[in-house]
Structures are given as structure tokens and as C-alpha cells.
Ligand binder design. Structure first.
Ligand code: AMP
Ligand code: MG
Length: 316
């Protein structure tokens, strides 16, 4: 009997132990990108399954390419296609458009559709078509905010499960929930916008926040020797040409972080820093085309630059 008791105890320890200090990891394809998840705690597996379901749901609702999505249906002239939740997200997008003086807009669907960055055949539009699409705000494209919104929803779902320590990377959107189980911060790699997928220009140590990077390297095509990327300046209708190669935003509000990474990329270094001076709870890493990396004060100690070809500057 005693031996059975010991065996049971051992079995129990084995079964419970797997949720303790080893994370559950997984990848999933949705929102046109590879999503990766790392979750610590006993409910790791459940957290992963919920994450996959949630990402698929939001993708199905918000995708601009999936012809059954709410966005596609709205763009085809069905105003009732939007759920109250999607309408709320669009209102947040509209507020960000005001706040960024038009640099971000959730209503650039006519323009982004014309360039076709989400299609298999992106191309430089004719000038007349471009002029018409530039002023057209009748179509939605939430591509600049949807992944961040998804990251925020994921945080809610995981917190409801009692998860205290997890990381999610949704394309350039990283959600860092809590800290590592040993109390140390998460270490997030910041991509080198001039290098390949694995190249970094530095690393950032963070706790319980979102880190979102936008850059022209994410999606682009070359036509007649000119490379065009997917972040459009609503004023010109052309890919933003502000001197920035990438913008990293650190901010707890995930959707806001995502929209701002896009907007500040459009606005350029000086206006981005003005915006930073006027905002609470926001920190930035701005990478210029000439290799200058500006790190705002609140991130300086948490950031370590590793790229040899970069000059690192602290903005106080
Ligand atoms: P991100 O990768 O977050 O910077 O978002 C880029 C995506 O947002 C593009 O693929 C477009 O779908 C959309 N987009 C492009 N330019 C803008 C803009 N100025 N404001 C809002 N969304 C944009
Ligand atoms: Mg964005």
C-alpha cells in the first residue's frame, strides 16, 4: 500500500510539474503572418488553444482580403456587416486619425486596394486613379491596427484564464504579458530594417506591455527599379518617405501601439518625437535611413544596441 502511495505521489508530481516552469510554445498562421506564442503556467495548453481560436475569429472578421469578412462586406456596400465590436475598433481608429493629424487612417481601403499590397499583383497605380483613391474614405482597411487589437484581445483572454507570464508575437506586434516566471523581464529583439529576417539592431527588456514595429521591409515590391512599400502617406497617396526605416512603439494599449507605429513612420523623426513629448505611457525607437537609432528616455536603460553599423542616440 505504501509503495502505491509513493507511486501515486510521484505520478502526481510528474503530471502537475509540466505546467510549472517549462513554457508551452506554439505557432499558428493567421492574419497573413506566422504567430508565435509562449505561455507559462498550468493552463498553457488551454491558453494556446484559445489564442488560436481567437486569432482565427478576428482574422475572419477583420481581414481586408477574405471576401466574407465584415470589412470586405462593408467595402462592397453592406453597412450592416460590422459588429458592434468592429465598430468600436473603427471608432478608436478614427480617434487615432485625428490625434495623428491624418497620418493613420482606418479608411484607406480604396488607396491600399489600388496599390494591391495585400494581393498577389501589387503595382504602382496610374496618377488619375491615385488622385481619386486618395480622397476616398468609403472603404476600410484595418491592416495597420488589427494585429495590435488582436494582441489586446489576447491579453484579456489570457488574463481571464489566470495566465501571469506569456509572450505573443503577431508579426511585428509583440505582447509581453507580465514578466518571466523568475521575475526577470522579457527580452525582445528589435529587427534591423536593413537586414534579413533574423538580423537585429538591439534588444529591449520589458515587462507587461506591447512592443510594435513598423517598417518598409515588411511588405514591398520593385517596379522599374523603384521599391514601393506598404505604409502609405495619406497626403501623397504614395509610400511614406519620411526618412525613417522603422519605428518601434512601446505602449500598454496594444491597438494604439500598432496604429502609432504606422502613423509615426509616416510622420518622420521630428514629428514622431513631438508626438512622444505630448503623450503619456509611450516610448519609441526610431531608425533612420542613415542608420541613426533614436531611443527615447524611458527605454534607454532597457535597450541594448547590438548593430555595428548603427549610431545610437538618446532622446531626453
Ligand atoms: P503596419 O504594418 O502596422 O505598419 O500596417 C501597415 C498596413 O496598414 C498596410 O498593409 C495597410 O493595410 C495599412 N496602411 C497603410 N498605410 C496606412 C496608414 N497611413 N494608416 C493606416 N493604415 C495604413
Ligand atoms: Mg501598425
Amino acid at each position: 500500500m505504501k509503495r502505491i502511495g509513493v507511486l501515486c505521489l510521484l505520478l502526481c508530481l510528474l503530471l502537475c510539474g509540466c505546467g510549472g516552469d517549462q513554457p508551452v510554445k506554439g505557432t499558428h498562421f493567421a492574419m497573413d503572418t506566422v504567430l508565435s506564442f509562449t505561455v507559462y503556467g498550468a493552463k498553457g495548453k488551454q491558453a494556446l488553444a484559445e489564442a488560436e481560436t481567437l486569432m482565427d475569429e478576428l482574422d475572419a472578421a477583420l481581414s481586408v482580403t477574405d471576401e466574407n469578412s465584415q470589412i470586405a462586406r462593408y467595402n462592397r456596400g453592406e453597412p450592416d456587416a460590422l459588429s458592434p465590436e468592429t465598430e468600436r475598433l473603427i471608432r478608436q481608429g478614427d480617434a487615432l486619425e485625428k490625434e495623428t493629424e491624418g497620418a493613420f487612417s482606418p479608411r484607406l481601403g480604396a488607396l491600399t486596394g489600388l496599390w494591391g499590397f495585400s494581393s498577389d499583383t501589387p503595382h504602382r497605380p496610374e496618377r488619375e486613379a491615385l488622385e481619386a483613391a486618395k480622397g476616398d474614405r468609403s472603404r476600410l482597411d484595418l491592416g495597420g491596427i488589427a494585429k495590435g487589437y488582436a494582441a489586446g484581445r489576447l491579453r484579456e483572454a489570457w488574463e481571464a484564464l489566470g495566465i501571469k507570464s506569456a509572450l505573443a508575437a503577431l508579426g511585428g506586434n509583440v505582447l509581453a504579458l507580465g514578466e518571466k516566471p523568475d521575475g526577470s523581464p522579457w527580452r525582445i529583439g528589435i529587427r534591423d530594417p536593413f537586414g534579413g529576417q533574423e538580423d537585429l539592431l538591439g534588444a529591449l527588456e520589458v515587462r507587461d506591455t506591447c512592443v510594435v514595429t513598423s517598417g518598409g521591409y515588411e511588405r514591398n515590391f520593385t517596379e522599374d527599379g523603384v521599391t514601393y512599400h506598404h505604409i502609405l502617406d495619406p497626403e501623397t497617396g504614395f509610400p511614406a518617405d519620411s526618412g525613417l526605416a522603422s519605428v518601434t512603439v512601446v505602449c500598454r494599449d496594444a491597438a494604439r501601439a500598432d496604429a502609432l507605429s504606422t502613423a509615426l513612420f509616416v510622420l518622420g523623426r521630428e514629428k514622431a518625437l513631438d508626438f512622444w513629448r505630448g503623450s503619456e505611457g509611450l516610448e519609441l525607437i526610431l531608425v533612420e535611413q542613415d542608420g541613426t537609432v533614436t531611443v527615447t528616455d524611458g527605454l534607454w536603460d532597457a535597450f541594448s544596441g547590438t548593430g555595428e553599423d548603427f549610431t545610437y542616440v538618446r532622446e531626453a
